[in-house]
Ligand binder design. Structure first.
Ligand code: NAD
Length: 259
C-alpha cells in the first residue's frame, strides 16, 4: 500500500532508540524527511546515519531535551514546516504516590502532557492552513488500564489523552488528525530498565522476570519497534484522514476487555 506521504516532513521526538526510532524509520521508509531529537548526541547521530543509509531521506538530528522550552525551540527551528508530528519523551519513574512531591508531578506533567501540547500548539495551525497534518502521541497502555507503580504516567498521560480528545474533533475538518498509540510491553531499553528493579525485588534475574512477563501476554512475546512504527506510518498516511481522537492499543492482547 502506498502511504501517499513521500516528500512530507516529520518531527519525531525522542527518536534515537526504542518506539520513537521505530516511528522514524517507518516514516522514512515511506519517503518522509525527518527531524529527529534525543538528549544523547552519539546515539542520535548513529540513528540518523542508519535511517539515511536505509532510506535515502533527509534526516536532521537535533540534540536536546524535548521537555524543555529550548529543546522544543531547537527541534521546531530545524525545518520550515512540519506535516507530521510524533510526540514522544521518556516516561516518568515508577514509585509510590506518597513519595511524590509537587516537583515530581510537575516534571511528569511537563514531559508527558504539556510538552506534546506545546508542540501541537506550535505546528497545528500551519497544518490546518495547508490542509494536511498528522499528529501521533506515543502514550501508554496505562491510559486504558492503569499500572499501579506508574501513577505519574497514569495521571499525566490521561491528561494529554483528554485534551487531544477534544482538539482532534476540531482539526479533522481540515484533514489534520490527532491520535495516540498506546504501547503495551515493547522490547526496548525502557522495558529492560524498568525490569531491573522489579527483578531485584523478586530475587530473579532480569531474563527470568522478562520470561514471566512474556508468558502473561496472549501473543507470548514482546512487541518490536518495527511493528510499532508501521502502525504509526499508517496513522500518518493519506489513508488515515478519517481516524482521529483514537487511542490505539498495541499490546499483543494483554488488555483483557472487549472494548
Ligand atoms: P527508550 O528508553 O527505549 O527510548 C527513549 C528514547 O527517548 C531515547 O531515544 C531517548 O534518548 C529519548 N528521550 C528520552 N527522554 C527524552 C527527552 N526528554 N528529550 C529528548 N529525547 C528523550 O523508551 P521507549 O520504550 O521507546 O519508550 C518511549 C515512550 O513510550 C516512553 O514514554 C515510555 O514510557 C512509553 N512506553 C513504553 C513502553 C515499552 O514497553 N517500551 C510501554 C508503555 C509506554
Amino acid at each position: 500500500m502506498d502511504m501517499g506521504i513521500k516528500g512530507r516532513t516529520a518531527l519525531v521526538c525522542a527518536a534515537s532508540k526504542g518506539l520513537g526510532k521505530g516511528c522514524a524509520m517507518a516514516l522514512a521508509g515511506e519517503g518522509v524527511n525527518l527531524v529527529i531529537t534525543a538528549r544523547g548526541a552519539d546515539a542520535l547521530q548513529a540513528t540518523a546515519d542508519e535511517i539515511r543509509r536505509a532510506t535515502g531521506v533527509t534526516v536532521t538530528a537535533v540534540v536536546g531535551d524535548i521537555t524543555t522550552p529550548d529543546g522544543r525551540a531547537a527541534a521546531l527551528a530545524a525545518a520550515p514546516q512540519f506535516d507530521i508530528l510524533v510526540n514522544n519523551a521518556g516516561g516518568p519513574p515508577p514509585g509510590d504516590f506518597r513519595d511524590w512531591d509537587r516537583d515530581a508531578w510537575i516534571k511528569a506533567i511537563d514531559a508527558n502532557m504539556l510538552t506534546p501540547i506545546e508542540l501541537i500548539k506550535a505546528t497545528v495551525d500551519g497544518m490546518i492552513a495547508r490542509k494536511f497534518g498528522r499528529i501521533v502521541n506515543i502514550t501508554s497502555g496505562a491510559v486504558k488500564a492503569p499500572i499501579d507503580i506508574l501513577g505519574l504516567s497514569n495521571g499525566a498521560r490521561a491528561g494529554l489523552t483528554g485534551f487531544v480528545a477534544g482538539l482532534s474533533r476540531k482539526t479533522v475538518a481540515h484533514n489534520v488528525t490527532i491520535n495516540s498509540l498506546l504501547p503495551g510491553a515493547f522490547d526496548t531499553d525502557r522495558l529492560r530498565g524498568t525490569a531491573i528493579g522489579a527483578a531485584k525485588a523478586q530475587g530473579k534475574t532480569v531474563e527470568e522476570l522478562l520470561e514471566v512477563r512474556k508468558k502473561a501476554i496472549p501473543a507470548g512475546r514482546f512487541g518490536n519497534i518495527d511493528e510499532f512504527g508501521a502502525a504509526c506510518a499508517f496513522l500518518c498516511s493519506v489513508h488515515g484522514g478519517y481516524i482521529t481522537g483514537q487511542n490505539l492499543l498495541l499490546d499483543g492482547g494483554a488488555y483483557p476487555g472487549t472494548f
